[in-house]
Write a protein that binds this ligand. Structure first.
Ligand code: PBG
Length: 338
């Protein structure tokens, strides 16, 4: 490569000019290395009990919790825009929260009713169903707590039951987000024995103990309940090799795809996981990442539309196959316009 050296007899001009390729949109598009498409997006939604109910989430501008009837309509609109995958999270009434999270295992709980209604109305929309106890646990933790300890194996037994009721309701993908050890294998065995061999498991394999989950905990109402932090089960932000070990274990236990979470602060992990394992690697643009963009845009400090698309493109560039994002529907609209 020539720098600014003598290359043309005059010794003043670069022969190689990367700007030539950037000179026009058609050319930039032709040489673009990464593409973002609506089929890359998974829309996380919050479901409420009742009918005709809609609540805003103050820390997540543009996000609403909806009762099942309204959610069914909203998903219809999203589907028309090409958003064909959803991640479902319930906001459980506080009166149903117990220290053993037993509501999670009921076949007619809010989550299962939402799954049935959505699959009936929109059979072509894939449903990622969260498995963890935090929406149902009076302690706000993903697992069962005894004497301040999050119990692993006892929790896995409940997660298995939770997975089975969700699979029976019509879940396409079980998404254990709890970070207990051994749960992927236990859930896979139970699904297979019950005849749900076709139900996928997407393991939240590299899920970090993160400050960026704050707005989500508002959204599902687990924030007030949470005692302490999640550092004894979610990963330490200082670690990379540990993420590879977690992914290797979950794949070995039968995960079909793996998740890295949060997204933007962990792009190095996304890249390393995809390069190391070459398996479907998903990434979660979590609530705090979304809130940061919306807060800055709301103040006029960032251009919302280009920041949203750039943030999603960065995940693809790092190697993600698909992205959980609260901005899925707005991104679908923006991609249409482009
Ligand atoms: C918990 C769960 C969390 C998220 C998804 N599932 C929060 C947590 O671990 O406390 C966070 C998602 C987000 O912040 O958008 N099972």
């Amino acid at each position: 490569m020539s720098g600014l050296t003598v290359v043309n007899g005059l010794g003043r001009f670069p022969r190689t000019r990367p700007r030539r390729l950037r000179g026009a949109a058609w050319s930039r598009n032709l040489v673009a290395e990464t593409h973002l498409s609506v089929s890359d997006l998974i829309w996380p939604v919050f479901v409420l009990d009742g009918e005709g109910q809609r609540e805003t989430v103050p820390s997540m501008p543009g996000v609403e919790r909806m009762s099942i009837d309204l959610l069914v309509d909203a998903v219809g609109e999203a589907s028309n825009l090409g958003v064909k995958a959803l991640a479902l999270f319930p906001k459980v009434d506080p009166s149903l929260k117990t220290s053993d999270g037993r509501e999670a295992t009921k076949a007619d709980n809010l989550m299962c009713r939402a799954i049935r209604a959505l699959k009936a109305a929109h059979p072509d929309v894939g449903l990622f169903c969260d498995v963890a106890l935090d929406p149902y646990n009076s302690d706000g933790h993903d697992g069962i707590v005894r004497d301040g300890i999050i119990l692993n194996d006892e929790t896995v037994e409940v997660l298995v039951k939770q997975s089975l009721v969700q699979a029976a309701a019509g879940a396409d993908v079980i998404g254990p987000s709890d970070m207990m050890d051994g749960r992927i294998g236990a859930i896979r065995d139970a699904l297979d024995q019950a005849g749900y061999t076709h139900v996928q498991i997407m393991a939240y394999a590299a899920k970090y103990a993160s400050a960026y989950y704050g707005p989500f905990r508002d959204a599902i109402g687990s924030d007030g309940a949470l005692k302490g932090d999640k550092k004894t089960y979610q990963m330490d932000a200082r670690n990379t090799d540990e993420a590879l070990r977690e992914v290797a274990m979950d794949l070995d236990e039968g995960a079909d795809s793996v998740m890295v979470k949060p997204g933007m602060p962990y792009l190095d992990i996304v890249q390393r996981v995809r390069e190391t394992f070459a398996v479907p690697t998903l990434v979660y643009q979590v609530s705090g990442e979304y809130a940061m963009i919306k807060a800055a845009a709301g103040n006029g400090w960032l251009d919302n539309d280009s920041a949203v698309l750039e943030s999603l493109m960065a995940f693809k560039r790092a190697g993600a196959n698909a992205i959980f994002t609260y901005a899925a529907v707005e991104a679908a609209r923006l991609l249409r316009r482009e």
